[in-house]
Write a protein that binds this ligand. Structure first.
Ligand code: UT7
Length: 324
Protein backbone atom coordinates (compact mmCIF):
# COMPACT_ATOMS: atom_id res chain seq x y z
CA UNK A 1 0.00 0.00 0.00
CA UNK A 2 1.40 3.36 -1.06
CA UNK A 3 0.39 7.01 -1.11
CA UNK A 4 0.37 9.71 -3.80
CA UNK A 5 -0.57 13.40 -4.19
CA UNK A 6 -3.16 13.73 -6.96
CA UNK A 7 -4.21 17.37 -6.73
CA UNK A 8 -3.19 20.74 -5.33
CA UNK A 9 -4.88 24.10 -4.81
CA UNK A 10 -4.45 27.50 -3.22
CA UNK A 11 -6.28 30.71 -2.36
CA UNK A 12 -5.18 34.15 -1.20
CA UNK A 13 -7.09 37.29 -0.21
CA UNK A 14 -7.55 40.00 -2.85
CA UNK A 15 -5.63 42.77 -1.08
CA UNK A 16 -1.91 43.08 -1.75
CA UNK A 17 0.17 44.96 0.82
CA UNK A 18 3.55 45.99 -0.57
CA UNK A 19 6.63 46.94 1.42
CA UNK A 20 6.16 50.53 0.26
CA UNK A 21 2.62 50.55 1.69
CA UNK A 22 4.01 49.02 4.88
CA UNK A 23 6.59 51.82 5.19
CA UNK A 24 3.73 54.35 5.23
CA UNK A 25 2.31 52.87 8.45
CA UNK A 26 5.49 51.65 10.20
CA UNK A 27 9.07 52.85 10.68
CA UNK A 28 10.42 50.45 8.06
CA UNK A 29 11.49 50.37 4.40
CA UNK A 30 11.39 48.17 1.35
CA UNK A 31 15.19 48.05 1.50
CA UNK A 32 15.21 46.69 5.10
CA UNK A 33 12.43 44.16 4.55
CA UNK A 34 13.69 42.86 1.21
CA UNK A 35 17.36 42.66 2.13
CA UNK A 36 16.64 40.91 5.49
CA UNK A 37 13.90 38.53 4.35
CA UNK A 38 13.36 38.47 0.57
CA UNK A 39 9.77 39.71 0.96
CA UNK A 40 8.37 42.36 -1.42
CA UNK A 41 4.64 42.03 -0.76
CA UNK A 42 2.07 39.86 0.99
CA UNK A 43 -1.70 39.25 0.73
CA UNK A 44 -3.80 40.54 3.63
CA UNK A 45 -7.41 39.71 4.47
CA UNK A 46 -9.91 42.54 4.28
CA UNK A 47 -12.56 40.18 5.62
CA UNK A 48 -11.82 36.86 3.92
CA UNK A 49 -12.00 34.32 6.74
CA UNK A 50 -9.62 31.44 7.27
CA UNK A 51 -12.51 29.10 6.41
CA UNK A 52 -13.16 30.88 3.11
CA UNK A 53 -9.50 30.66 2.09
CA UNK A 54 -9.38 26.96 3.08
CA UNK A 55 -12.62 26.20 1.19
CA UNK A 56 -11.37 27.97 -1.95
CA UNK A 57 -8.03 26.12 -1.79
CA UNK A 58 -9.86 22.81 -1.20
CA UNK A 59 -12.17 23.35 -4.20
CA UNK A 60 -9.16 24.18 -6.35
CA UNK A 61 -7.40 20.97 -5.22
CA UNK A 62 -10.52 18.84 -5.76
CA UNK A 63 -10.84 20.20 -9.30
CA UNK A 64 -7.17 19.42 -9.98
CA UNK A 65 -7.60 15.85 -8.67
CA UNK A 66 -10.85 15.11 -10.51
CA UNK A 67 -12.49 14.03 -7.22
CA UNK A 68 -15.72 15.35 -5.66
CA UNK A 69 -16.29 16.36 -2.05
CA UNK A 70 -18.19 13.15 -1.35
CA UNK A 71 -15.10 11.10 -2.34
CA UNK A 72 -13.09 12.53 0.58
CA UNK A 73 -12.73 10.28 3.66
CA UNK A 74 -10.71 12.59 5.88
CA UNK A 75 -10.04 16.35 6.08
CA UNK A 76 -7.12 17.67 8.10
CA UNK A 77 -6.66 21.44 8.38
CA UNK A 78 -3.39 22.74 9.80
CA UNK A 79 -3.86 26.22 11.22
CA UNK A 80 -2.98 28.48 14.15
CA UNK A 81 -5.57 31.08 13.16
CA UNK A 82 -8.86 29.20 12.96
CA UNK A 83 -11.98 31.35 12.86
CA UNK A 84 -13.49 29.61 15.87
CA UNK A 85 -12.34 27.56 18.85
CA UNK A 86 -15.15 25.22 17.87
CA UNK A 87 -16.22 24.02 15.36
CA UNK A 88 -12.92 23.21 13.70
CA UNK A 89 -12.12 24.81 10.34
CA UNK A 90 -12.05 21.28 8.92
CA UNK A 91 -15.73 20.75 9.84
CA UNK A 92 -16.65 24.10 8.25
CA UNK A 93 -14.74 23.14 5.09
CA UNK A 94 -16.45 19.73 5.09
CA UNK A 95 -19.90 21.29 4.75
CA UNK A 96 -18.88 23.80 2.09
CA UNK A 97 -17.34 21.17 -0.18
CA UNK A 98 -20.02 18.53 0.40
CA UNK A 99 -17.60 16.01 1.95
CA UNK A 100 -20.38 14.32 3.87
CA UNK A 101 -18.53 11.00 4.14
CA UNK A 102 -15.45 12.37 5.87
CA UNK A 103 -14.03 12.70 9.34
CA UNK A 104 -12.68 16.25 9.83
CA UNK A 105 -10.36 17.85 12.39
CA UNK A 106 -7.77 20.62 12.81
CA UNK A 107 -4.18 20.34 13.98
CA UNK A 108 -1.86 22.98 15.47
CA UNK A 109 1.75 22.64 14.35
CA UNK A 110 2.35 26.22 13.12
CA UNK A 111 4.62 26.45 10.07
CA UNK A 112 5.22 22.68 10.07
CA UNK A 113 1.46 22.10 9.91
CA UNK A 114 1.22 21.03 6.29
CA UNK A 115 3.97 18.39 6.63
CA UNK A 116 2.37 17.16 9.88
CA UNK A 117 -0.99 16.92 8.05
CA UNK A 118 0.71 15.00 5.24
CA UNK A 119 2.18 12.57 7.77
CA UNK A 120 -1.30 12.05 9.29
CA UNK A 121 -2.77 11.51 5.80
CA UNK A 122 -0.09 8.95 4.94
CA UNK A 123 -0.68 7.03 8.18
CA UNK A 124 -4.48 7.05 7.90
CA UNK A 125 -4.29 5.85 4.29
CA UNK A 126 -1.80 3.14 5.20
CA UNK A 127 -4.23 1.92 7.89
CA UNK A 128 -6.31 0.77 4.89
CA UNK A 129 -9.43 2.43 6.30
CA UNK A 130 -9.15 5.76 4.46
CA UNK A 131 -8.59 6.30 0.76
CA UNK A 132 -8.81 10.00 -0.16
CA UNK A 133 -7.54 12.62 2.27
CA UNK A 134 -7.78 16.41 1.87
CA UNK A 135 -5.03 18.27 3.70
CA UNK A 136 -5.02 22.05 4.01
CA UNK A 137 -2.69 24.65 5.51
CA UNK A 138 -4.60 27.89 5.97
CA UNK A 139 -3.88 31.08 7.89
CA UNK A 140 -5.13 34.61 8.48
CA UNK A 141 -2.01 35.66 10.36
CA UNK A 142 -2.82 39.35 9.97
CA UNK A 143 -5.29 39.00 12.85
CA UNK A 144 -2.63 37.91 15.36
CA UNK A 145 -0.09 40.59 14.41
CA UNK A 146 0.48 43.75 16.38
CA UNK A 147 0.40 46.27 13.54
CA UNK A 148 2.54 48.70 15.54
CA UNK A 149 5.34 46.11 15.93
CA UNK A 150 7.60 46.41 12.88
CA UNK A 151 9.68 43.36 13.89
CA UNK A 152 6.81 40.94 13.19
CA UNK A 153 4.20 42.84 11.17
CA UNK A 154 6.35 42.98 8.03
CA UNK A 155 7.03 39.22 7.91
CA UNK A 156 3.68 37.49 7.53
CA UNK A 157 0.83 37.14 5.03
CA UNK A 158 -2.54 35.39 4.71
CA UNK A 159 -3.46 32.47 2.44
CA UNK A 160 -4.27 28.77 2.15
CA UNK A 161 -2.94 25.80 0.21
CA UNK A 162 -4.36 22.29 -0.14
CA UNK A 163 -3.52 18.86 -1.49
CA UNK A 164 -5.45 15.65 -2.10
CA UNK A 165 -3.62 12.52 -1.03
CA UNK A 166 -4.80 9.08 -2.08
CA UNK A 167 -3.81 5.43 -1.93
CA UNK A 168 -1.75 3.80 -4.67
CA UNK A 169 -0.06 0.48 -5.27
CA UNK A 170 3.36 2.16 -5.22
CA UNK A 171 4.61 4.56 -2.57
CA UNK A 172 5.29 8.12 -3.74
CA UNK A 173 5.72 9.79 -0.33
CA UNK A 174 8.62 8.39 1.66
CA UNK A 175 11.04 9.30 4.46
CA UNK A 176 8.38 11.35 6.21
CA UNK A 177 9.60 12.54 9.57
CA UNK A 178 7.94 14.96 12.02
CA UNK A 179 9.61 16.19 15.21
CA UNK A 180 8.48 18.39 18.13
CA UNK A 181 10.89 20.33 20.36
CA UNK A 182 8.63 21.59 23.17
CA UNK A 183 11.56 22.80 25.28
CA UNK A 184 11.99 25.69 22.81
CA UNK A 185 8.26 26.57 22.93
CA UNK A 186 8.88 30.05 24.36
CA UNK A 187 10.75 31.25 21.25
CA UNK A 188 7.56 31.57 19.16
CA UNK A 189 4.25 32.07 20.92
CA UNK A 190 0.76 33.47 20.60
CA UNK A 191 -1.71 33.30 23.48
CA UNK A 192 -5.25 32.09 23.02
CA UNK A 193 -8.05 33.52 25.21
CA UNK A 194 -7.20 35.02 28.59
CA UNK A 195 -8.47 33.29 31.75
CA UNK A 196 -11.13 35.80 32.83
CA UNK A 197 -13.95 34.73 35.07
CA UNK A 198 -15.61 35.29 38.46
CA UNK A 199 -12.31 34.71 40.23
CA UNK A 200 -9.80 36.09 37.71
CA UNK A 201 -9.97 39.61 36.31
CA UNK A 202 -8.38 40.92 33.11
CA UNK A 203 -4.65 41.64 33.47
CA UNK A 204 -3.22 44.60 31.55
CA UNK A 205 -0.14 42.68 30.42
CA UNK A 206 -2.15 39.98 28.61
CA UNK A 207 -1.58 39.99 24.85
CA UNK A 208 -2.63 37.59 22.14
CA UNK A 209 -0.32 38.92 19.47
CA UNK A 210 2.34 36.74 17.93
CA UNK A 211 5.73 37.06 19.59
CA UNK A 212 8.97 35.62 18.25
CA UNK A 213 12.67 35.47 19.02
CA UNK A 214 13.66 35.90 15.38
CA UNK A 215 17.37 35.16 15.82
CA UNK A 216 16.75 31.91 17.74
CA UNK A 217 14.22 30.73 15.16
CA UNK A 218 16.63 31.62 12.35
CA UNK A 219 19.35 29.41 13.91
CA UNK A 220 16.86 26.60 14.60
CA UNK A 221 15.57 26.73 11.02
CA UNK A 222 19.02 26.48 9.46
CA UNK A 223 19.90 23.56 11.69
CA UNK A 224 16.71 21.58 11.00
CA UNK A 225 16.64 22.29 7.26
CA UNK A 226 20.20 20.97 6.96
CA UNK A 227 19.45 17.96 9.20
CA UNK A 228 16.26 17.12 7.30
CA UNK A 229 17.95 17.16 3.90
CA UNK A 230 20.83 15.01 5.15
CA UNK A 231 18.46 12.51 6.81
CA UNK A 232 16.41 12.05 3.64
CA UNK A 233 19.50 11.69 1.44
CA UNK A 234 20.89 9.06 3.79
CA UNK A 235 17.62 7.13 4.20
CA UNK A 236 16.95 7.10 0.47
CA UNK A 237 20.58 6.52 -0.50
CA UNK A 238 20.57 9.63 -2.71
CA UNK A 239 22.96 12.52 -3.39
CA UNK A 240 21.85 16.16 -3.36
CA UNK A 241 22.23 16.14 -7.16
CA UNK A 242 19.46 13.50 -7.36
CA UNK A 243 16.92 15.91 -5.84
CA UNK A 244 15.01 18.09 -8.30
CA UNK A 245 13.48 20.61 -5.90
CA UNK A 246 13.33 21.50 -2.24
CA UNK A 247 10.26 23.35 -1.03
CA UNK A 248 11.16 24.82 2.35
CA UNK A 249 8.67 26.68 4.53
CA UNK A 250 8.90 30.23 3.21
CA UNK A 251 10.23 32.10 6.25
CA UNK A 252 13.30 33.96 5.02
CA UNK A 253 15.36 33.79 1.80
CA UNK A 254 18.52 34.51 3.77
CA UNK A 255 18.19 31.15 5.53
CA UNK A 256 18.29 29.39 2.19
CA UNK A 257 21.21 31.52 0.94
CA UNK A 258 23.13 30.60 4.09
CA UNK A 259 22.43 26.86 3.77
CA UNK A 260 23.17 26.73 0.04
CA UNK A 261 26.50 28.50 0.58
CA UNK A 262 27.49 26.50 3.65
CA UNK A 263 26.65 23.08 2.18
CA UNK A 264 27.54 23.96 -1.40
CA UNK A 265 23.98 23.11 -2.49
CA UNK A 266 22.59 24.43 -5.79
CA UNK A 267 20.50 27.43 -4.63
CA UNK A 268 18.22 27.15 -7.67
CA UNK A 269 16.83 23.85 -6.40
CA UNK A 270 15.16 25.66 -3.48
CA UNK A 271 11.79 26.90 -4.73
CA UNK A 272 11.09 30.29 -3.16
CA UNK A 273 8.05 32.52 -3.56
CA UNK A 274 8.32 34.47 -0.29
CA UNK A 275 8.86 37.62 -2.36
CA UNK A 276 5.13 37.61 -3.29
CA UNK A 277 3.42 36.00 -0.28
CA UNK A 278 5.54 36.72 2.82
CA UNK A 279 5.50 34.01 5.47
CA UNK A 280 2.06 32.30 5.43
CA UNK A 281 2.96 29.67 8.07
CA UNK A 282 1.18 26.34 7.40
CA UNK A 283 0.02 27.60 3.98
CA UNK A 284 3.46 28.35 2.56
CA UNK A 285 4.47 24.84 1.42
CA UNK A 286 1.13 23.90 -0.21
CA UNK A 287 0.91 27.32 -1.92
CA UNK A 288 4.40 26.76 -3.37
CA UNK A 289 3.56 23.16 -4.34
CA UNK A 290 0.41 24.33 -6.13
CA UNK A 291 2.26 27.09 -7.96
CA UNK A 292 4.84 24.61 -9.20
CA UNK A 293 2.17 22.09 -10.18
CA UNK A 294 0.12 24.66 -12.10
CA UNK A 295 3.21 26.10 -13.80
CA UNK A 296 4.06 22.56 -14.98
CA UNK A 297 7.41 22.67 -13.22
CA UNK A 298 6.74 19.24 -11.72
CA UNK A 299 7.30 16.27 -14.01
CA UNK A 300 6.60 12.63 -13.25
CA UNK A 301 9.59 11.02 -11.59
CA UNK A 302 10.90 14.21 -10.00
CA UNK A 303 12.09 14.05 -6.42
CA UNK A 304 10.94 16.91 -4.19
CA UNK A 305 11.81 17.46 -0.54
CA UNK A 306 9.27 19.34 1.62
CA UNK A 307 10.56 20.91 4.85
CA UNK A 308 8.43 22.73 7.40
CA UNK A 309 9.65 24.32 10.67
CA UNK A 310 8.26 26.75 13.21
CA UNK A 311 6.22 27.24 16.39
CA UNK A 312 6.15 24.44 18.92
CA UNK A 313 8.92 24.31 18.09
CA UNK A 314 8.23 21.78 15.38
CA UNK A 315 9.74 20.56 12.15
CA UNK A 316 8.91 17.99 9.55
CA UNK A 317 10.11 16.77 6.17
CA UNK A 318 9.16 14.31 3.44
CA UNK A 319 10.36 13.11 0.07
CA UNK A 320 7.67 13.39 -2.61
CA UNK A 321 8.29 11.36 -5.75
CA UNK A 322 6.04 13.32 -8.09
CA UNK A 323 3.51 11.45 -10.21
CA UNK A 324 0.30 13.09 -11.32
O1 UT7 B 1 7.59 30.96 10.31
C1 UT7 B 1 8.02 31.13 11.61
C2 UT7 B 1 9.44 31.04 11.65
N1 UT7 B 1 10.01 32.36 11.71
C3 UT7 B 1 11.15 32.62 11.15
O2 UT7 B 1 11.67 31.77 10.52
C4 UT7 B 1 11.82 33.95 11.37
C5 UT7 B 1 13.31 33.76 11.55
N2 UT7 B 1 14.02 35.00 11.81
C6 UT7 B 1 14.26 35.91 10.85
O3 UT7 B 1 13.88 35.71 9.72
C7 UT7 B 1 15.05 37.16 11.21
O4 UT7 B 1 15.58 37.01 12.51
C8 UT7 B 1 14.20 38.46 11.17
C9 UT7 B 1 13.87 38.80 9.72
C10 UT7 B 1 12.91 38.26 11.97
C11 UT7 B 1 14.95 39.64 11.77
O5 UT7 B 1 16.21 39.79 11.11
P1 UT7 B 1 17.51 40.13 11.97
O6 UT7 B 1 18.62 40.27 11.02
O7 UT7 B 1 17.62 39.05 13.03
O8 UT7 B 1 17.17 41.54 12.58
P2 UT7 B 1 17.15 42.02 14.10
O9 UT7 B 1 15.92 41.51 14.79
O10 UT7 B 1 18.47 41.73 14.73
O11 UT7 B 1 17.03 43.57 13.94
C12 UT7 B 1 18.11 44.34 13.41
C13 UT7 B 1 17.73 45.80 13.49
C14 UT7 B 1 17.25 46.25 14.87
O12 UT7 B 1 17.70 47.57 15.06
P3 UT7 B 1 18.98 47.86 15.99
O13 UT7 B 1 18.65 47.31 17.33
O14 UT7 B 1 20.12 47.15 15.32
O15 UT7 B 1 19.09 49.36 15.94
C15 UT7 B 1 15.75 46.25 14.73
O16 UT7 B 1 15.12 47.18 15.60
O17 UT7 B 1 16.64 46.05 12.59
C16 UT7 B 1 15.59 46.70 13.29
N3 UT7 B 1 14.32 46.27 12.71
C17 UT7 B 1 13.75 46.88 11.66
N4 UT7 B 1 14.13 47.96 10.94
C18 UT7 B 1 13.34 48.33 9.92
C19 UT7 B 1 13.55 45.20 13.06
N5 UT7 B 1 12.49 45.13 12.25
C20 UT7 B 1 12.59 46.15 11.38
C21 UT7 B 1 11.80 46.59 10.31
N6 UT7 B 1 12.21 47.68 9.61
N7 UT7 B 1 10.68 45.95 9.94
Amino acid sequence: MGVRIIGTGKAVPKKVLTNEMMSEILDTSDEWIYSRTGIKQRYISTGETNTKLCVDAAKDALKDSGLKGEDIDLIVVATITSDKLTPSTACLVQTEIGAKNSMAFDIVAACSGFVYALDIAVKFIKSNEYKNVLIIGGEVLSKILDWSDRKNAVLFGDGAGAAIVTNDESDYITSINCVSVGEKAHTLTCNSLEIKNLYKKHSDDFSNYLSMDGKEIFKFAIDVIEKSIEKILKEENLRFEDIDYIIPHQANSRMIDTIAKRKNYDRNKFYMNIERYGNTSSASIPIALDEMNKKNLLKDGMKIILIGFGGGLTYGSALVNWKK
